[in-house]
Structure formats: C-alpha cells, structure tokens
Design a protein around this ligand. Structure first.
Ligand SMILES: Cc1cc2nc3c(=O)[nH]c(=O)nc-3n(C[C@H](O)[C@H](O)[C@H](O)COP(=O)(O)OP(=O)(O)OC[C@H]3O[C@@H](n4cnc5c(N)ncnc54)[C@H](O)[C@@H]3O)c2cc1C
Length: 567
C-alpha cells in the first residue's frame, strides 16, 4: 500500500498513526467521501492498542476521578459496540470481591473534589462501590444492553467463588464488555474504511512520518528505506503516546503527553481459570490500585500496572511486575499455586494520557482532547488521550474537526453502523446454526463455527479461500496453512510477527515452538513472495521480538529471563 501513497503523494487528510483511534478516524473520513491517507510506522495496532486489558468498559473507577462525561460516553459506546461488533464484543460478567463495608467513603469525595494527589487511596468499601454501581447502571439505562448489578453477602459469595479469601464480606457483580480480539476489531475497522473509500482511502503500515519539507510531510517506507514527501490539506497526529515525538518530527515542540506504562501476563493455570467461574475478577489490590484477573481464550489474563514511562524507549513486562501480578492473585485467591512456568505470554504498552504533573498515575484523566497547530498553512490536529472503548465517538469528533477544516459536512453517521464481520452476525443459537449450514462449503460444522467465532460473518470470505483438503497445522492448533495464506494475501501482512501477534491469537495463547514459526512462515511465504532466505530472516526477527518484547522463549514453559531492564 505504500506504493499507492508514493504514486499519488497527496490527500485531503493525512492521518499519522494506525492504532485504533487513527484507524477509526480513517474509516469515518472514508465514509464521508474524503480523500484520506493513513500511515503507521509499524504494523497496524502494534502500539497501545495491542496492550489493553481487553475491556470495553465505561470505567467505573473513573467515577471517583469525577470523569462523568467520559464514563457516560464510554458506557454508551460499549452498548453500541455490543450491537455493532457482536462478533468481537461480548457482555462480560465482572465481579468485585469486597473486604470492608465503609472504607474509602471519606477519601472518595475528597479525591474527587479537591485533589488527585499521589497519596495511596483508602480501600474502597462496599458502600462506596454500591454507590458507584448505581451511578453506572443509570448511565447504562439508555442502551439496555446489559443487566443491572447485583450484590451478595459472604456466604453466597463463597459458594460462588470457593477459592476466594475467606474474609470476603460481599461480592458485587455487574456487566461490562470484553473484546477477545482487539487487533481483529481494528483490522475490521481498517477493512471497512478501505472498502468505503475505494481509491480515495489509502492506508500503509511500515511507513513512518519522519520530517517535513516545507508544508509537506516526509514519509519513510520502512520496507525499502525510500523517503518521499506527502501533501495534505489537514494533518491528524494520532500517534498515541508518541504524539509529542511525531510533532517533534514535524518541527513542533509540544508537551501534551504524559503516558503511563501498563503490563499484563497471560497464564495457563486451569485452577485459577476455574476459580474465576468465567467472571472477570476486578478488585482493589493492597496498594489501592484496581487490578484484574480475567479468563480469556482458556487462559487467564492478569494485569495491570501503572507507572510513568518514556515513550522513546521500548516497554516490556519486568520481573517486578510479574511479582506484583502473583501478589495480586494471592490477595484474592490465596490458595492457588502460581508458577512462572505457567506464564505463556506477556505484553506491555504505554497509555496515551495527557501530561498532568503532580498526579498519581492511576488518577490521570482518561478523557481525550484535540489540540490545533499548523505546518505552514496546513492545520495539524493532535489527539491527546483516547481509550479503546470510545474509539467511534472519538473518531467522530476528530473527523468532524477535520471536515470543518476542509469546509465539508458529515454525511454518514457511524453510530449504528455494523463493523466488519459484525454485519448480519447471527447472535442466537438457531441463527448461528443456520449461518453455518448456509456457509460451511466443504468444511465441517465445527470448523465453520470456529471461523465464525474468529472472523464474524467475514468468515464467509475465509471459507471461500479454503478447500475440503484443508489441513490444520500441527504446531499452530486451530489454524490451517490456507487460512493463514488468505490473511497474508488480504490483510497487508509484511512480517511473520504480524501474523503471529495481530492477525491471529497464536502468540497470545502460548505454546509456540520453533516448529510453529517454521510452519506459519512457510504457509505465508508464497503469497508474500518470500524465498528461503527471507523465511529464515523472518523467523529470526520473530524469535527475537517474541523474546525481547513478550518474554517468550520458544518451546520452553515459562518466561525468558529479562529482569528489570528499565531500572
Ligand atoms: C496497559 C493498558 C491497558 C489498557 N486497557 C484498556 C481497556 O481495557 N479498555 C480500554 O478502552 N482502553 C484500554 N487502554 C487504553 C487503550 O489501549 C489506548 O488508549 C488506545 O489503544 C490508544 O489508541 P491510539 O490509536 O490512540 O494509540 P496507539 O494504539 O498507541 O497508536 C498510535 C500508533 O501511532 C504509531 N506511530 C507513532 N509515531 C508514528 C509516526 N511518526 N509515523 C507513523 N506512525 C506512528 C505507533 O506505531 C502506534 O501504532 C489500555 C492501555 C494500556 C497501555
């Protein structure tokens, strides 16, 4: 796709950054018929958007920061996503174990009204949590997508969660939503934008905005090393925690960002998985931070941390963070045995938060704003902040600002627009069975169901590319070479790690060996025109990246020995 930018190096709008917010703005502008181009310096969704806690949530805990506007918008957007992307966004039963009745009551309004100081918050007691959940339910009322919360006392709490700490006083259960495959939602959003805009919507990964030439932006094609200049009437800087660094490349000195790092580990621990009873366990750790234990893809996601970070340096989950995660699991499930050999994957990212001095990381606003500047006469709009959950509303706001700069009007609303494979998605059991019967082609019903789960109704396109001789790979369970070839041919795959980390969940669920990399690389070599040398260099690149960024040691249980590189 970089070639299409080089051959026509101009557009009405240039978007810098292909995380969820850049991609959603791309889709929105393409739908309005705007000539739009997007560049992403790595793979799509390889920044913060691939490091989230996988929650589509209103953010109940932001209520105590006084962020009512954000929570309301996020709850409305959560409800919309449940309708517009039902293939990837599902209701998530969330349970809060509570160990005190009144704590935090005095601390909460103080924090809300007076200060977001760096002191450790008081434990949040039952009354405070109940109040928050009532407000949260009120915000949810419009959409009616999820049931109201419930509160149960100790006895029933322990019946439902027998592994919970015995001094639990109550459990509160409410619904938010989960996104099992954030990267795939983002790829659907991109595909929708490309389809809606035709020749007028172009997006390229592995292309970085590196400088300026007059009021043009200099782009670097990282596959070839070529540089070229690109003209736009409006520039949108949507580069997340790197927004100031991108502005620096554009010759602007901004200090908008003050992102915080967060890590997660993925555990293959069946006892812990069973202890959650299929609920996300969302609670306050002993240091006052809100953390989670979350069943996902037959694994357990544990997160997250929150500390100021330098976006110019790579982030990785450290040994100290792993200790913290084990500690937080023991805080609620003290009897469950944990072992580093159960960690199958780790990931880490920087939240693109606004710079706010003198505020504890957990209390920095999660809301977003748009800053205006210019490059010569070309307006440059920088996005500051922006969660995953609110991407549609945020993109609508940013696209509206860009349309205003262009003197154009919005013609299409994205409010009720289905996303990718969420279009005509069969939600009920009967509708699913019918969809499978009509679309299975040469495949078994089970395999068709697996693909429907994985791609929504876009599974029909995948199925058309498969034959009845389709063989599942022995070293990447659940995936066939033909399926991976289809992804490589249609989803702008450049590197092997794009497939392992973002087109599929192969890396996330763990258990990868050298043979996995070999089989996947060989499956995609043909459509990507890779010879034997390229296959080898891609395997080496992926091996290194999995080790350095995700602590994955191929073929061995447990994480690579990395220590605490940031210290
Ligand atoms: C630990 C953690 C947990 C989170 N949990 C949740 C959650 O559960 N729910 C939720 O709603 N939100 C969550 N978030 C927040 C959410 O993930 C982010 O706010 C969101 O993904 C930001 O998207 P973005 O597109 O703005 O930024 P990013 O995804 O970071 O995208 C910016 C992109 O710009 C690219 N880029 C940078 N410089 C350039 C350049 N010069 N040229 C071209 N491209 C460039 C980068 O490579 C990057 O891909 C979490 C975040 C973290 C880190």
């Amino acid at each position: 796709m970089a070639d299409s930018l080089k051959s026509r190096p101009s557009a009405d709008v240039l978007i810098i950054g292909g995380g969820i917010n850049g991609l959603a703005t791309f889709r929105d502008l393409a739908l309005q018929g705007v000539d739009v181009a997007l560049v992403e310096r790595g793979d799509y969704v390889s920044g913060a958007s691939s490091a989230s806690s996988h929650m589509v949530h209103g953010g109940i805990r932001y209520l105590e920061n006084g962020e009512f506007r954000l929570v309301k918008e996020a709850v409305v957007e959560r409800n919309r996503l449940l309708k517009n992307a039902p293939h990837y966004v599902k209701p998530l039963r969330t349970t809060i174990p509570i160990f005190s009745t009144f704590s935090g009551i005095l601390a909460a309004p103080w924090r809300l009204l007076v200060t977001h100081g760096s002191g450790k918050p008081k434990e949040r007691g039952a009354v405070l949590i109940k109040t928050g959940l009532v407000i949260y339910d009120t915000f949810s009322r419009d959409g009616g997508q999820v049931p109201r919360h419930s509160f149960v006392a100790k006895k029933r709490s322990l019946q439902r969660f027998p592994q919970l700490r015995k001094d639990v006083k109550y459990t509160a259960t409410y619904f938010d939503a989960s996104m099992h495959d954030p990267e795939r939602i983002a790829l659907d959003v991109l595909a929708d934008g490309l389809q809606a805009g035709g020749d007028k919507a172009r997006a390229a990964n592995y292309v970085e905005a590196v400088g300026t030439a007059g009021d043009k932006v200099t782009l670097l094609d990282k596959r070839t090393g070529d540089k070229f200049d690109f003209t736009a009437k409006v520039i949108l800087n949507v580069s997340g925690s790197w927004t100031d660094l991108t502005n620096d490349a554009l010759g602007k000195n901004t200090r908008f960002m003050g992102g915080t790092k967060g890590s997660h580990i993925v555990l293959d621990n069946q006892e812990l998985l069973a202890a959650t009873g299929g609920n996300e366990i969302f609670f306050e750790h002993s240091d006052g931070r809100i953390v989670l234990i979350y069943p996902l893809k037959d694994r357990v996601l544990v997160g997250t941390t929150d500390s100021y970070a330098d976006p110019s340096k790579p982030t990785v989950c450290t040994d100290d963070e792993i200790d913290y995660f084990f500690d937080l699991v023991r805080h609620v499930f003290p009897k469950i045995k944990l072992d580093r050999n159960q960690i199958v994957y780790t990931f880490s990212g920087i939240r693109p938060l606004p710079r706010i001095d003198d505020t504890a990381p957990g209390f920095v606003s999660r809301d977003y704003r748009i800053e205006r500047d210019s490059l010569g006469k070309t307006p440059v709009l920088s996005l500051v902040g922006g969660k995953w959950t609110t991407f549609r509303a945020l993109a609508e706001n940013l696209a509206d600002d860009a349309l205003k700069e262009l003197g154009k009007q919005r013609t299409v609303s994205t409010e009720n627009l289905a996303i990718g494979g969420g279009r005509h998605y069969p939600v009920s059991k009967t509708d699913k069975e019918q969809w499978i019967a009509e679309n299975r082609g040469p495949l078994s019903a089970d395999r068709t169901s697996q693909l429907l789960e994985r791609y929504g109704t876009r599974a029909a396109e995948v199925i058309r590319s498969l034959t009845d001789g389709e063989q599942l790979l022995s070293a990447a369970p659940g995936y066939s070479a033909e399926e991976l070839r289809h992804l490589a041919s249609t989803e702008q795959v450049v590197h092997l790690d794009d497939v392992l980390l973002r087109r599929t969940a192969i890396a996330f669920v763990g258990g990868m060996t050298a043979e996995t990399l070999k089989q996947v690389a060989q499956a995609i070599a043909d459509p990507l025109g890779w010879d034997a040398d390229r296959v080898t260099s891609e395997i080496n690149r992926a091996t290194q990246l999995l080790h350095d960024s995700h602590r994955v040691l191929l073929g061995s249980p447990g994480v690579a020995d990395i220590g605490n590189p940031e210290q």
